[in-house]
Structure formats: C-alpha cells, structure tokens
Design a protein around this ligand. Structure first.
Ligand SMILES: CC(C)(COP(=O)(O)OP(=O)(O)OC[C@H]1O[C@@H](n2cnc3c(N)ncnc32)[C@H](O)[C@@H]1OP(=O)(O)O)[C@@H](O)C(=O)NCCC(=O)NCCS
Length: 157
C-alpha cells in the first residue's frame, strides 16, 4: 500500500525482472510519449542494472518507474523517472524517488546526478524539494544533441 494524496492505493514498489521488459517498454512510452527509450536501450539497462530499476505496480499493470546507475566513485545518475499520466500529482513520483535515493545511499552512493529539460517545471520542483541543486552554470546547450538542452542537478547523500 502506498498513501497517495487521493487516499491509499494498492500499489507496490519492487525491483525489475527480465520478464518485465515488454511492460517497461509500454510504461516508458506512456510516461514519455514524445521521446521514449528505444527498445534495445531498455533491454540493455534492464540487463545491466536490474537492482537499480524500481517499478510501481498495481497488481495488473506497471504505473511508474525510476532508473538509476550503480555507484561509480560513489556517484550515481538517475537516468529516468516516469509516472503514468493518470497517477501524477498524487505523491507517487516523490515516493518512488525517495525509495531510489535510500537504495543508492545503502549501495554507497554519496552524490546523485540527473539531467532534466529546463522547461520541466514539475520535475524540477520535485528535485529541488528533495534537496537537489541546479548546476550554477545553467542549462547545458545541446547536451543530448542539437536543440536538446538539459539542466544538470545534483544531490549529496
Ligand atoms: C515528473 C513526475 C515524475 C513527477 O511525479 P508525480 O507523481 O507527478 O509528482 P508528485 O505528485 O510526487 O509531486 C512531487 C512534486 O512535484 C511537483 N509537482 C507535481 N505536480 C506538479 C505540477 N502539476 N506543477 C508543478 N509542480 C508539480 C511539486 O513540487 C510536488 O511537490 P509536493 O508533493 O510538495 O506537491 C511525473 O509528473 C512524470 O512522470 N512526468 C512525465 C515524465 C517526466 O517529465 N519525468 C521527469 C524527467 S527528468
């Protein structure tokens, strides 16, 4: 059970398994319709870092996920965080991110990094409220290719 703003929901958070791949691909496309990960990227990330891919499920379907990297030099990246549209704004993204940050801390991560679209106010305000700090240099131009600027944010754990 996870307490959401609209009441308790029968949701649970768990790590991903190989057999989740097709459902993760669908979930990612629902959370990021304009820019989903290619299938092969999700396949490789799931194979490489299964313990760093946390899923929210409601018994029938996946409803959200967060993906990070294992620590390297005590630093990790959160690569993706997505909640299905009809469950947004109820506290689930915060809950999932908090779970991942605890996991990373337990795994030896001392600093977490992420990149976010500079106009994604919802995500940025979530990250700021969790203690992330924006790169003082501002958004990095063309960080993900031409026109794909990104703001880097970091958090010391
Ligand atoms: C960004 C996202 C993961 C946040 O998850 P969520 O479950 O909707 O967020 P929560 O309900 O946990 O809200 C957490 C915080 O986000 C911010 N937030 C949430 N909805 C917001 C909105 N509509 N406008 C502005 N800020 C908002 C608030 O700071 C909120 O803090 P609060 O709990 O004190 O109100 C989710 O909206 C999403 O999947 N968006 C599409 C994919 C995406 O942009 N992912 C991030 C890529 S870097």
């Amino acid at each position: 059970m996870i307490p959401l703003r609209t009441g308790e929901r029968n949701l649970r958070i768990r790590t991903a398994k190989d057999t989740d791949l097709d459902d993760i691909v669908r979930l990612d496309a629902e959370a990021f319709p304009a820019d989903p990960y290619p299938f092969f990227v999700l396949r490789q990330l799931l194979t490489a870092f299964p313990d760093f891919l946390l899923l929210v499920e409601d018994g029938e379907e996946l409803r959200g996920y967060v993906l990070a990297t294992p620590p390297h030099d005590a630093q990790s990246w959160v690569l993706s965080l997505g909640i299905v549209p009809d469950l947004r704004g109820q506290g689930l993204g915060r809950h999932l991110m908090t779970r991942m940050l605890s996991h990373l801390r337990a795994q030896g991560t001392h600093a977490v990094w992420l990149s976010v679209e500079p106009g994604n106010e919802t995500a940025i305000s979530l990250y700021l409220s969790l203690g992330f700090v924006a790169d003082p240099g501002g958004p990095r131009k063309d960080y993900f290719g031409p026109g794909q600027h990104r703001l880097l944010m970091s958090l010391n754990l």
